[in-house]
Every structure is written in C-alpha cells, then in structure tokens.
Design a protein around this ligand. Structure first.
Ligand code: FPP
Length: 253
C-alpha cells in the first residue's frame, strides 16, 4: 500500500472531515483580556499579536491554504489616537520581525483594504511583505488592514462602472463573477469558515460579499487566549456542519 499523506485528526471531528481551505478570523477581545487583568489595552493587543503568530503556525501545520485576519478595520480609526498609533506600531513590528520567518516558511502575504490614510512607511512595509512573498506556495496569509467590506464593494462597483464608461465592458457582463474579480480578494477563494472570538456574534463589515456561504463559529475565548486547542475546536465544529450552499440536505434530498 502506498503511503498517503497524513490527514490531521482533530479532537471530536469526523475522521473523514475535510479541513476548510480558507479560514477567516475576527480577532476580538484584546481590550477585555487586558481589562480583566488590570492591564492597559495595548498589552491586550501585544498578547493578541502573539496569538496571531501561533495561529499562523497552526494553520501552516494543518495545511490550511488561506488564512485571513482582520488586523485593522476602516472603522478602527474612530478609536483614541494613541490606540490607533499602537495598532500601527504592532503592524510595523509584525512586518519587521516576522516577515523573514514567514518567507522562510513559504507563506505568501496578501493585503486587502485601502492604503489611503496610512502612513507612507506602513504602505511601504505592506508592499514589501507582498512583493517578497509573492511566489510562495504554502499558506496564503491575507491581512485585512484598513479594510471594510462595504467600502471594498463600493470600490469594485466604481471600477466596474469605469470600465463600462470606457466602453471596455457591457452592462450584461456585470455578474457576480465580474464583481468578485474587482474586489481586493480577486483570485482568493471565498472563506469556508469565519471564526469570531470573544463571544460577539456579528460580522462588523468583514468580508461581507465573500462570506455569503461561509460557516460561522463564535467562541467565547478572548483573542489573546486563542491557542491551538481553541483553533482545533473551531475546525472540528466546522467539520460537524453540513454545507448545503442553498441546495438540499444529503439526508433529506
Ligand atoms: C479587537 O480587540 C482587536 C483589534 C481591533 C485589533 C486586532 C489586532 C491584533 C490581534 C494585533 C495586531 C495585528 C495586526 C496585523 C496589526 P478589541 O480591542 O476590540 O477588544 P475589546 O472588544 O475587548 O475591547
């Protein structure tokens, strides 16, 4: 018998359950994690960054193809300036400290969101992360930064309208595939699983279009405590779901 590649087994999952190809995570609860310990919010974000590093490693180990993380939303600008500055400095740190290791591990980095409003050095670091890793073939780490789903759909609509106005596209050619191709996530498959930590149960303008048929797992774990076990539990929960994509259940159909 020829050796078959080992499929990672997850506690409580179906032995034949396929892993999601694309997992997207709303990393929520850093502030509450810090408040419960009497620590400044920044400490929660700093520990959240460590949880992010561990999660990227786990995703790579398990053979997940795409991991999208919500690093900074378009609405996060409304936080106090000091906290915004802290989040920007964490991103700078992440690229400077972790990019070489990500590259060594064959991780490809993609950034979604708009560069508008970001400091020039941050724009430069994001471009460097994408260009250094562009030919890597293991995990694709998609960082949603200065990202909002509605804003992304508006940009796609404008870009389609511009093509129509220029005579390069007919109105009839505008369908959901065409719109998908104009999103920041063009060429990235839709997420199969969206995880949100900290017990909140909403999408908060994250991947609004792309998550149309995603499964959602909400865990009470606060993001800095999100470890390999919590990740595997979310994956096992995904494997217990039956995805129908608007069709009939295999049991009733
Ligand atoms: C939500 O917690 C988390 C964020 C707004 C930022 C997530 C950022 C990181 C995990 C680290 C930085 C990563 C990158 C790529 C920059 P919250 O502050 O809303 O927590 P709360 O709801 O408990 O207050």
């Amino acid at each position: 018998m020829s050796a078959s590649p080992e499929k990672p087994m997850l506690t409580g999952s179906r032995p034949d359950g396929a892993l999601p190809a694309h997992v997207a995570i709303i990393m929520d609860g850093n502030g509450r994690w810090a408040a419960r310990r009497g620590l400044p919010r920044f400490e929660g974000h700093r520990r959240g960054m460590e949880a992010l590093r561990a999660t990227v490693r786990t995703a790579g180990d398990l053979g997940i193809r795409y991991l999208t993380i919500y690093g900074f939303s378009a609405e996060n600008w409304s936080r106090p300036a000091a906290e915004v500055a802290e989040l920007m400095s964490l991103l700078r740190h992440f690229v400077r400290r972790d990019l070489a290791e990500l590259h060594r591990n064959n991780v490809r980095v993609r950034i979604i969101g708009t560069r508008e409003g970001l400091a020039p050095d941050v724009v430069g670091l994001l471009a460097e992360a994408e260009s250094l890793t562009r030919n890597n073939t293991a995990l694709t780490l998609v960082v949603a930064f200065n990202y909002g789903g509605r804003q992304e759909i508006v940009r796609a609509a404008r870009s389609l309208a511009a093509e129509v106005a220029a005579g390069r596209l007919t109105l009839d050619a505008i369908d959901s595939d065409a719109l998908s191709r104009h999103l920041d996530t063009a060429e990235i498959p839709d997420p199969d699983l969206v995880i949100r930590t900290s017990g909140e149960q909403r999408l908060s303008n994250f991947l609004l279009w792309q998550a149309a048929y995603a499964e959602f797992v909400f865990t009470p774990v606060l993001w800095p405590d999100f470890d390999r076990q919590a990740f595997e539990e979310a994956l096992a929960e995904f494997q217990r779901r039956e995805r129908r994509f608007g069709g009939l259940s295999s049991a009733t159909g």
